[in-house]
Design a protein around this ligand. Sequence first.
Ligand code: AMP
Ligand code: MG
Length: 414
Amino acid sequence: MVEKRTPIAVSAAIKQVLEHAFPLGSEKVDLEDSYGRILAEPIVASTDVPPFNRSPYDGYAIRSADSTGASGENRIAFNVIDHIGAGEVSAKMLNAHEAIRIMTGAQLPDGADAVVMFEQTVETPDAITIRKPFEPLENVSLQGEDVQKGEVVIDSGSFINPGTIALLATFGYSQVLVAKQPVVGILSTGTELLDVGDELVPGKIRNSNGPMIVAQLKRMGFRCKMYGMSIDRLDESFNVVKKAAEETDCLITTGGVSVGDFDFLPAIYKRLGAEVLFNKVAMRPGSVTTVAVANGKYLFGLSGNPSACFTGFELFVRPALLKMMGAGKLFLPHTKAVLGEDFTKANPFTRFIRASYDGETVSPAGFNKSNAVSSIARGNALIVLPGGTRGFHLGDAVDVLLLGAEEGSGKWQL
Ligand code: AMP
Ligand code: MG
């Protein structure tokens, strides 16, 4: 008799998965290796930024009070007493009607409180004249205007982007505390599977899920441990899964989670003593997606159907791995878009359609059954159509999840 499974809603499934994330701990890495990692400490400003009042232009530092009353008819003259570039500090103090020639980024000299741009002056060898009055602090980049000392500038759990790197460098972090990355194993199951380099023979197909998941992990900056392919035999598969589960923080298997005669993952979970969180999700594709936990470690049982496998990874594996690292933004970025063509198939379950999104319109990316490979390649997004709907039409507003963004969203909005 076929086992009866009770489907769980996608959001509930994601929530359950996340509840079982165990923290991976942290490690120090060199700043230049920290791009793409998750910060494991808050970044507190050790100095003001900028650390001193400085000139944002090439020009002349003056005392603004000396410019009072300047106009086209009443040009005011300043003696130029020094010349400084960025990184230099003038030893001179400005007195009445004196100016110091100053370059962008140089610290304002003592006494100066305004900068006159070159374009605002008429220059003679030792002096300048100006034709407008300057306010105190006009054209001055103020100490601490960007960041103030002691401020928490970046929270722990943030994705380290190029801007974060700039900030870390600003504060002198040659090393950064980041979350350890999970060791993720991949095992493709199916007697029908051939290696990429194998010749096709009747009844067989090449394993495309394994390499695809490697790339999905790579896109997140992770490496993985490959456990190759296993044929659909309980004992063999069990041994590989057991070994892989011991050697990794998280094992992703593809195939074998359905109710077919050769789908052995359910039996393997049982034999391992794993807690199965769910084995049916109210979604298409990938309703057979199964997530189990054994010894605190995740066992993701993704469908063998390529589109289902892909979607299962993005919906469940991705946020779980990020949660293990304490990341703040776990989910795929979400947007609304205009449907570019009719999609009239009814949706008993929430449907995820591989799609291409151009910033405004989103359209299914071709052949869209759960066994499709081509639409994964053509798509850059997933259209999400809620369960219990009859179909959608060109021009309807639909939910879209964006794929491949380096930073996710902090909220699951569906
Ligand atoms: P399963 O989930 O094992 O029932 O497999 C569902 C479908 O996906 C079958 O048509 C399989 O042949 C196919 N499939 C399973 N594993 C892979 C794989 N690694 N790469 C490509 N297709 C696969
Ligand atoms: Mg199979």
